[in-house]
Design a protein around this ligand. Structure first.
Ligand SMILES: [Mg+2]
Length: 359
């Protein structure tokens, strides 16, 4: 049966979240640097806003290089707990529209909507609604590709970024792909592109017309996969992926250093994290607390337990110790987060073992 797949990709996710949280950053080139706490110059660009890209700044670039290109940019440390929290809410929205959802990363997901969607007109409506709901609930934009498979959906979501929507039906697939450069195929990196170019294969159309046998000879299994992709063929299913952590993050009613107030704010979050872990059948072994200080600096502390557990008490007992580690810091706390990580699915009980195990 032909599939209809959506690829939803948030636009410049980290920096968009930062801008939403701090309106004074609107229209500014924002650059997020991952690296040693006290020496940003030694870090690398984890994300940059569209304004920063105009200066030539790119993800993965050394922080020092970014600084040379864009000396007046706003340089920030990443707030991972915050991004994870926003991501979780977005994935929850997406889940409402998908038969199967594959969270490909913190800010992108594939949705298989085949069973609920008779045609591309309906699929386009669904995509528009998703964009609207994410904008309304989270004040963030995304770009969506609608296509007959994952590869084309991903290429399509990138086609009109930001805030784009590109629909490619199965009939239009090869025509859509034909003029695009080969490196638009996700997974075709710089080295492969150079090698393809040296064979005079520049566009996806060139690749589609190349000999599959020659490509296999040159690139092995990847050659076959590339050729299929160029011809609009990709049968990789949309698949749920395992979660790595469950967390919550909240802004405190007021910035504070008062331990009691902070612990009080954590209580409902611990409750939610524990309930979600129970509902999804996870045991956890690692418990972590993240604080965001009044100056927006982020610090995290976590503890790994001796074994996996589903105990709420374990979180309740560990969290205060972790929070106390920040007591000596003179800054007030603005936001606080809790998470459980190192997740493992609970062993199935005997009675729940699928019947086919016995057949
Ligand atoms: Mg993105």
């Amino acid at each position: 049966m032909p599939q209809i797949v959506l690829h939803v990709d948030m636009d410049s996710f980290y920096t968009a979240v930062e801008k939403r949280e701090r309106p004074e950053l609107k229209d500014k080139p924002v650059i997020i640097i991952e690296g040693p706490q006290h020496n940003l110059e030694r870090g690398a660009v984890a994300a940059c806003s569209y304004e920063a890209r105009r200066f030539g700044v790119r993800s993965g670039m050394a922080a020092s290089a970014a600084h040379r290109l864009c000396p007046d940019g706003v340089y920030l440390k990443p707030n991972h707990m915050l991004y994870e929290e926003v991501s979780r809410r977005i994935m929850d929205i997406l889940r409402n529209y998908a038969d199967i959802i594959e969270e490909a990363s913190i800010d992108e997901a594939y949705l298989d909507i085949t069973s609920s969607t008779p045609d591309y007109t309906t699929a386009e409506k669904t995509a528009r609604e998703i964009k609207r709901v994410i904008k309304r609930k989270e004040d963030l934009t995304c770009s969506i590709g609608v296509a007959p498979n994952k590869t084309i959906a991903k290429i399509a979501s990138d086609y009109q970024k930001p805030d784009g929507l590109t629909v490619v039906t199965s009939e239009e697939a090869t025509k859509f792909l034909e003029p695009l450069p080969v490196d638009k195929i996700p997974g075709v990196g710089r080295k492969t592109t150079e090698e393809l170019n040296s064979l005079s294969v520049k566009t996806i159309g060139d690749l589609a017309r190349a000999s599959k046998a020659v490509l296999v000879q040159r690139f092995g299994k990847n050659g076959a996969w590339m050729w299929d992709a160029a011809n609009g063929v990709d049968e990789t299913p949309v698949q749920e992926v395992e979660k790595k952590s469950i967390g919550r993050l909240r802004t405190l009613d007021e910035d504070t250093k008062d331990l009691e107030k902070i612990l009080k704010a954590l209580e409902p979050m611990i409750d939610e994290v524990h309930t979600q872990a129970q509902d999804e059948g996870f045991l956890y072994q690692n418990i972590g607390v993240t604080v965001i200080f009044e100056d927006y600096q982020t610090r995290s502390k976590s503890k790994t337990l001796r074994e996996h557990t589903s105990s709420k008490q374990a979180i309740e007992e560990t969290a205060p110790h972790l929070v106390r580690a920040f007591e000596s810091d003179p800054r007030k706390i603005h936001r606080i987060g809790i998470k459980v990580a190192n997740l493992k699915q609970k062993q199935q009980q005997y009675g729940e073992t699928p019947l086919d195990k016995f057949l």
